[in-house]
Write a protein that binds this ligand. Sequence first.
Ligand SMILES: Cc1cc2nc3c(=O)[nH]c(=O)nc-3n(C[C@H](O)[C@H](O)[C@H](O)COP(=O)(O)OP(=O)(O)OC[C@H]3O[C@@H](n4cnc5c(N)ncnc54)[C@H](O)[C@@H]3O)c2cc1C
Ligand code: SF4
Length: 310
Amino acid sequence: MLTLITKPEEIKGAVGEIRAGGTDLHDRYRLGVSSGPIIDIHKLPYTDITQNADGTTTIGAMATIDAVGQNPITAKGYGALAKAANGLATPQIRWAATFGGSLLQRTRCWYYRHPQLPCTKKGDAVCGGRDGHHPNGVIFDHGGCAHPHPSTLAAALLAYDAHVRTTEREMPIADLYGDGSQHDRDHLLHQNEILTHVTLPAPVVGEKTAYFRSMSRFEAEWPIVECSVRLVVRDGAIAAAGIGAGGISQIPMRLPNVEAALLGKPATQATLEQAAHLSAAGANPLPQAAWKVEMLVGTLLTAMELALAD
Ligand SMILES: Cc1cc2nc3c(=O)[nH]c(=O)nc-3n(C[C@H](O)[C@H](O)[C@H](O)COP(=O)(O)OP(=O)(O)OC[C@H]3O[C@@H](n4cnc5c(N)ncnc54)[C@H](O)[C@@H]3O)c2cc1C
Ligand code: SF4
């Protein structure tokens, strides 16, 4: 059964799993992991990317990932986000998938995506990944689920202190994902709660940005580790920094210790190298995923070098 809604209030009483672009949901249906009724929201009118009078920018949840990457407002004012959008998945996915769906997609863990393998996120008693095969597992472990959060754009938005708006409330982007202790969730929206908009602070003039990922093939793949970087350099010193990282924990992460280590320091290679090494502080990797700690340091260093050269 499919219920098409064209206004947000029509979600009340509707039964099923929400579909926006359908690129994640249909894959789960095809694999036999999801089934049952669908609530189709793709006609909701949240496609605009708008710069507001106070300088902030609002992006509708139904904007495509391609629009987030290509729109002049995001491309000019929010380079780390736009570069992350342009760098994920494939052109076909970026044209079909929505900004909201990219933030609310389900985990890519192969135990979750296999109909016969056990996974607590599917309601089973056991997490297959934690005691099984997890070379791409978390390196900042919060217990429970052992697979990293899948959303590239969530990590980028953390670097911007973005806020999300839903049909029920507003909150900082970090609160959409919690602290990693909600083990059976990929996000913390309620049933039938629709993400409608994301708001970013005003752009910072002259900001240098980069997005860089380490991955096992050139495209059409999720990253092993990914970093979004914002740097502001004034008089040769780093005056502001924002860093979001994905592929490393059950939740997308901001790296405040790295940001703090950059602030006020000369914008040099030595500063970047020193700060990049701090990204490994506090890592408690799963046994088969320990190799990713070094990969985080290298990925972050490359992303910061690219930002400085921007
Ligand atoms: C080959 C390939 C490579 C990929 N690589 C990456 C990558 O590197 N990084 C990355 O982040 N992603 C990657 N993806 C995943 C892709 O980004 C997601 O499939 C896509 O963003 C989901 O968006 P959608 O609109 O199609 O969501 P849908 O499939 O429609 O929905 C996904 C989920 O989000 C919920 N949802 C969607 N919109 C809303 C809303 N507005 N309010 C409430 N709930 C909602 C739905 O209930 C559903 O559970 C890749 C996909 C493929 C196929
Ligand atoms: S690691 Fe997470 S997604 Fe994978 S089986 Fe365990 S609970 Fe499920």
